[in-house]
Ligand binder design. Structure first.
Ligand code: ZN
Length: 268
């Protein structure tokens, strides 16, 4: 039951995002009403499973205050900046052994460790070699602008060796014999532009802007991905060298996300 609603919600989300992309490519005009997920029944998730992956992260320096915790009334600025097709692919229906894949979607949060523009330029570069191919679905700039890079129905290459340990147990999918299994087949990857003092490999930095948190919450509020399936690259990584998004305020972010009426049944 829950699966069916997630798929219907996702379908609505994809259509909404595609129409957003088309709209923003034409002109910066007001967006059509796209909160189709608000008509869906709440999704039931097991109690106590939400937040456990992100909540344990230490808050960043730019903590959200109570007055910041308001659902954003107007959509943020949105720009379509599609990646070169070599940097993404189709989502697979079966894994490398022919097993039918039924994973629900997860959202994976990242940071760019560079400017938004340099990340976009990298994704626009043609990468014929598999090992060079990289992408996120969306990127959120310091000013809150959302850049749509890979269409949501496609498979972005946002994570390498990875597993999602969620309410349904460990989930990972192998689709290529040359690479370890990963979450990419069922992931929606969103990256936050790193602050100026974070263009390095230190463990923390000054954190993300309120505009970034607001846009991230707005974007995820368009989906029916439950809180318990919103995670970080650090949490899913099995290589041991991914820390992103560093200095992410998970507690403040989820408080912000839950201000959206469409999220009320999704928090578990
Ligand atoms: Zn990452």
């Amino acid at each position: 039951m829950a699966r069916r609603w997630i798929w219907i919600g996702l379908a609505g989300f994809l259509i909404a995002l595609l129409s957003v992309g088309l709209a923003s490519a034409q002109a910066a005009k007001p967006l059509p009403s796209q909160l189709t997920v608000s008509r869906l029944s709440p999704i039931q998730t097991p109690a106590g499973t939400s937040l456990q992956l992100i909540k344990s992260l230490p808050p960043g320096d730019s903590d959200l205050t109570q007055s910041d915790l308001q659902a954003q009334a107007a959509p943020p600025r949105q720009v379509t900046a599609l990646a070169d097709p070599s940097n993404y692919g189709d989502r697979y229906a079966t894994d490398i052994d022919g097993r039918i894949l039924q994973n629900d979607f997860i959202a994976v949060l990242h940071e760019t460790v560079g400017s938004a523009q340099s990340a976009i330029n990298l994704f626009r570069t043609h990468h014929p070699r598999d090992q060079d191919q990289v992408s996120y679905h969306a990127l959120i700039g310091r000013d809150g602008t959302i850049y749509y890079i890979v269409p949501p129905e496609k498979r972005a290459f946002g994570a390498g060796n990875s597993v999602f340990n969620g309410p349904n147990g460990p989930e990972t999918v192998r689709t290529n014999a040359a690479f370890p299994p990963s979450v990419n087949n069922f992931a929606y990857h969103i990256s936050l532009e790193t602050p100026g003092d974070g263009m390095n490999n230190r463990r923390s930095h000054s954190g993300y802007t309120q505009a970034q948190y607001a846009s991230l919450a707005w974007l995820l509020a368009q989906t029916t991905i439950p809180d318990s399936r919103i995670t970080t690259h650090q949490a899913i990584d099995r290589s041991g060298n991914r820390m992103d998004p560093r200095s992410f305020n998970g507690q403040g972010f989820f408080a912000l996300l839950r201000r959206y009426p469409t999220r009320s049944g999704l928090s578990g």
